[in-house]
Design a protein around this ligand. Sequence first.
Ligand SMILES: [Zn+2]
Length: 362
Amino acid sequence: MINQERLVDTFLELVQIDSPSGEEDAIREDLIVRFQALGLDTGVDDFGNLIAHWDEGKGEPFLLSGHMDTVEPGRDIKPVIRDGVIYSDGTTILGSDDKSGIAIILEVIQTIQEQNLPHPPIEVAISVQEERGLEGARHLDISRLKAKYGLVLDSGGEPGKITCSGPSLDKFLVTLRGRAAHAGLRPEAGIDALAMAAEALTRMPLGRVDEETTCNMGAIEGGSARNAVPAEVKLFGEARSRDNTKLALLSAIIVSALERTAARWGGEAIIDLDHAYAAYRLPDDAPIIQAVVKANEELGYEPVLREGGGGTDGNHYNAAGIQTVTISSGQMDVHTVDEHISIEDFVGCAEVALKAVMNLAG
Ligand SMILES: [Zn+2]
């Protein structure tokens, strides 16, 4: 059903438009032209996300989503095809994360139109700054979407993989403030922020907290000189869980450990806690999962329901009440110069997406 040549051509064109996170203007302009050519109404929200609507169709509105930004090294990408697999020239990423997802969305809509296939009304959201921690989807003007169900085309591997859950993420930027003093002459006049940080770290659960919860203080920065009592230390950390209640509890423990330690030392803890995104888990009988499972079975792929290891834009869509799963777009070894995509997988993933959309036509 899918036009393989057109899908691949679209992909090759998209990856040659530079789009590092925060520099998405050129790719967004290109995509607006493409979606308008397919008759969709396009708009851009205040954050720069592209939202397009195709109101025709029967059933509940359906969201197709991907992201337009890419990681570095991602400029001047030169795709090459070898033995049915698309690679970069080895000096950059390929950009299949997530230009493959976008190419699939365009191809699905075009195939439906050409072959007059049954479909629900379709909404498209192509986010910016996904690679900076889902920032685009986080700030996306959700009032522009009416979708009940959605697919995020942004994960790896062969067709069949369906990600039905995603962990939450809290991000910490902590400033521990003590007081500087000459370390040799008057150490007692100082308050040692570095020692404060060390003590606070012993009071929080780090690493794997339980099977679905983790905590990491990943970077530390502070102090000024060998002979000065360190007046200020910054900690950069995160906590994740598949369970939002557990995450709230863990973050509260971390905050308390920092505040109590700072108080004991007579210092201060300034804590910037960012609830980046919430966890979600869809039940196996959710209509979107059923539609994707059926799509895979119809195409002869074995559907595999799996837990997401990290957040995707789907976290934000689910939080907004759009039942969304993330499926593979074929991308492999992303965020490396070895990134590649097998054309066979790519086409298979596009067919799964197309069938899933058709399965939710009213
Ligand atoms: Zn991605």
